[in-house]
Design a protein around this ligand. Structure first.
Ligand code: NI
Length: 162
């Protein structure tokens, strides 16, 4: 399963809510988990494999979650700055300011509701993956000057790869 990379328009779309959990949805989640593990990521959102649906998977410090229709229910006013990257914007990273703590609610594959509160990397991953469902990328959270320099570095890397 290939990962969609910036500037693929699917990464900019607001993802659609998921209806009922069926076999197709289970397969999709399985593919997302496989793709995340193979890419050595800590999280993945469905739009990153070209599916504009509200599903995220997380794998942070031994905490593993598949969340359907996740909602960010609260974030702490305290923030933290940390280096961040994205499988859809490969080869570049930047310091991004995010809430130090985040709580997400969603549905699991067996239909039960879950609420997860994370700090540190888990809080960051939750906010980063929810951003994907809104069509937002981590580069959008940088200052215009920083974003422009990251974008140039990214374009340069892509040209060199071709
Ligand atoms: Ni990402």
């Amino acid at each position: 399963m290939e990962i969609c990379t910036y500037p693929d328009p699917v990464l900019r779309r607001k993802a659609e809510p998921v209806g009922k959990v069926d076999e197709g949805l289970r397969k999709l989640c399985e593919r997302m988990v496989e793709t995340m593990i193979r890419a050595d990521g800590v999280g993945l959102a469905a739009p990153q494999i070209g599916v504009s649906k509200r599903i995220i998977v997380l794998d942070v410090d031994g905490e593993f979650h598949i969340l359907i229709n996740p909602e960010l229910v609260s974030t702490s006013p305290e923030t933290e700055e940390f280096t961040e990257g994205c499988l859809s914007v490969p080869g570049v990273s930047a310091t991004v300011k995010r809430s130090a703590e985040a709580t997400v609610e969603g549905t699991t594959l067996d239909g039960s509701k879950v609420r997860i509160t994370g700090k540190g990397l888990l809080a960051r991953a939750i906010q980063h993956e929810i951003d994907h469902l809104e069509g937002r990328l981590f580069i959008d959270r940088l200052s215009p000057a920083r974003r422009e320099s990251i974008r140039k570095e990214y374009e340069r890397n892509r040209r060199e790869k071709k």
